[in-house]
Design a protein around this ligand. Structure first.
Ligand SMILES: Nc1ncnc2c1ncn2[C@@H]1O[C@H](COP(=O)(O)OP(=O)(O)OP(=O)(O)O)[C@@H](O)[C@H]1O
Length: 278
């Protein structure tokens, strides 16, 4: 904890709970500087469900609840992340593994600042960007329009977009489809374009959720190569993937989540070996 407090003072002097300060460009930050500090983080979802088995959601029971002025149906809490703490450094590529429902995506979204902590805090040095397979681009627009939109959304200038445009199209491998609406793309093509757009910028903290799962073998190889480059030139990369080979080849550290808690953390080979035996 003393070590955590010391590192905190280097990252975020503010008191408030979740900090995502606009700080210096990641290129100015030295490798090894703390970029993300997760301190005793708890995330709780509130889920509104039906009041009981006898009142399973149908129109009649909903109407009865309104007539009886029962208001909202019963609320349930899902404690998805339970007291997670770790420090990530500039230059780290951290793989997050765990069974379905262990809290991987929740942790990533909390680091991105999309979920408020129930308890604890996330401190980041730089702007975290979440690259998910469902990242919001507009399906009815062409690939070309989406590239421009996506780049602007990441804060790039018109000049930077012009400079990067051809590279993004080449990297995605979608060819002439760039002129067609994204609704005509296969899921793999869409994922490739999203990855190409998101990785065109140097990110302070890049969060990738299963983004590599949908591409074909050749694209996976290319994207792993690019993550390695981003690790060198950018800040910190977090990668959630069920494909353990991708984690082993890409990451220098692995966090194993189990039922919302860290079960093990450290060298990829050691953690993956223990995970495979469990
Ligand atoms: N929006 C939500 N509302 C309520 N509960 C949620 C929500 N999202 C996730 N959960 C619950 O939180 C827990 C952790 O889910 P999460 O998606 O973070 O796990 P995961 O490890 O990413 O799973 P997977 O490998 O299946 O993607 C699960 O119990 C899940 O049911």
């Amino acid at each position: 904890m003393a070590e955590l407090t010391k590192e905190l003072s280097q990252v975020a002097p503010q008191d408030s709970k979740t900090q995502h300060p606009e700080t210096q460009n990641s290129n100015d930050v030295e490798v090894g500087t703390p970029t993300v500090i997760v301190d005793d983080l708890h995330i709780v979802y509130k889920v509104y469900g039906s009041a009981g088995d006898a009142e399973k959601g149908n129109a009649a029971s909903a109407l009865m609840r309104i007539l009886r002025r029962q208001g909202r149906p019963q609320m349930k809490e899902v404690h998805a992340v339970k007291g997670v703490s770790f420090v990530a450094h500039h230059g780290d590529a951290i793989g997050i593994i765990g069974r379905n429902g262990s809290g991987k995506s929740t942790l990533l979204r909390a680091i991105a600042g999309l979920l408020p902590p129930h308890k604890g805090a996330v401190y980041t040095n730089g702007q975290p960007s979440l690259l998910g397979v469902n990242a919001a681009l507009m399906k009815e627009l062409t690939g070309e329009r989406n590239i421009i939109l996506g780049c602007y959304a990441m804060g790039m200038t018109p000049n930077e977009v012009r400079e990067k445009y051809d590279e993004i199209v080449d990297f995605s491998g979608i060819g002439d489809f760039v002129q067609f609406p994204m609704s005509t793309y296969s899921s793999g093509m869409g994922a490739r374009l999203r990855f190409a757009i998101s990785s065109a910028k140097t990110h302070d903290v890049l969060l990738i959720d299963e983004a590599l799962a949908t591409g074909d073998r050749e694209f996976k190889k290319k994207s792993q190569q690019r993550i390695k480059q981003m690790r060198e030139s950018a800040g910190t990369v977090f990668l959630v993937a069920h494909n353990l080979d991708v984690i082993e080849e890409t990451c220098n550290r692995v966090i194993w989540l189990h039922k919302g808690k860290i079960r093990m953390e450290g060298d990829p080979q050691e953690v993956l070996e223990a995970y495979n035996k469990a």
